[in-house]
Design a protein around this ligand. Sequence first.
Ligand code: F6P
Length: 337
Amino acid sequence: MKIGILTSGGDCPGINATIRGVCKTAMNHYKMEVYGIHNGFRGLLDDEIVPLGESSLTGLLSMGGTILGTSREKPFKKHSNTSLAEEKSAAILNTIRKHAFDCIVCIGGNGTQTTAARLADVGVNVISIPKTIDNDVWGTDISFGFDSAVSIATDAIDRLHSTASSHQRVMVIEVMGHKAGWIALYSGMAGGGDIILLPEIPFDIHRIGDAIIGRLKRGKPYSIVVVAEGIPTLNGKKAAQYIAEEIEYETGFETRETVLGYIQRGGNPTAFDRNLATRMGGHAIDLVAQKQFGRMISLKGFDITSVPLSEVAGKVRLVSENHDLIVQGRHMGICFG
Ligand code: F6P
């Protein structure tokens, strides 16, 4: 069989490990040919496609980013200009036919899963693999990239503790996650945050102020506040700036903000992400070999399985208020807003 592989959406640690898993399994175990499609779906539009061989895979397991390049091109997105959408769809189908691909493997987040589902709808054989630091892809318990981002954010929170306690300040740290609070919850709990704000849980600034003043009364004149970038703010302010200003106004405490930003997406994957990415890549090729197309690889508990792309498209996986980390955190006195 001849397969094309692309990576689309924001980069994250573990994409290259997945490419390696896909390619090595395809070439070594199934004797398939693999072609790299450059810059996500844009590579299908522009026919930027190169054969991948053993030599393309050296050093990929631990390497950040994606050797194939990525873009946020969404060729099936409804435009006001319908003829442009039709042109793009025709160009993609032409490229796939020209190369006679038996399957396209798409590695990406929510936008990619939706585009992959549209590709499947127009008759293309597709298998997708969930990738995002945000962990918000519906249908999988964990996406690779998440563990690495949590580990980077936790390290940053650990480092803010010493400044917070030395200066007796409130330190607000903003982490990524888009509309979901997964990174804030996991890094906030692992980093010993005192207040953790997620888009999924409405917050009250008075309760946050009370929590900070309560800590002062218990002999802790500093606090660490972890905020997800997706919490609601006023006047278009970034999450950390908004919360820091509100806390200073509410409590009179000296407050500083840090926006962790793209550091969370860069660099080496953790061992967990390397292994998850490797397994997901290999299982994706098993599905290709079995001709079970139109599915997304997923992790359920400890097992790798798959779900129909039609069920994944258009959905977002959010944190539930019953999540055990929130329940246990609340029991311990951590404020979730
Ligand atoms: O990859 C997911 C994510 O990191 C989100 O958390 C963030 O909002 C977004 O990407 C920003 O990425 P970009 O600037 O590449 O669109």
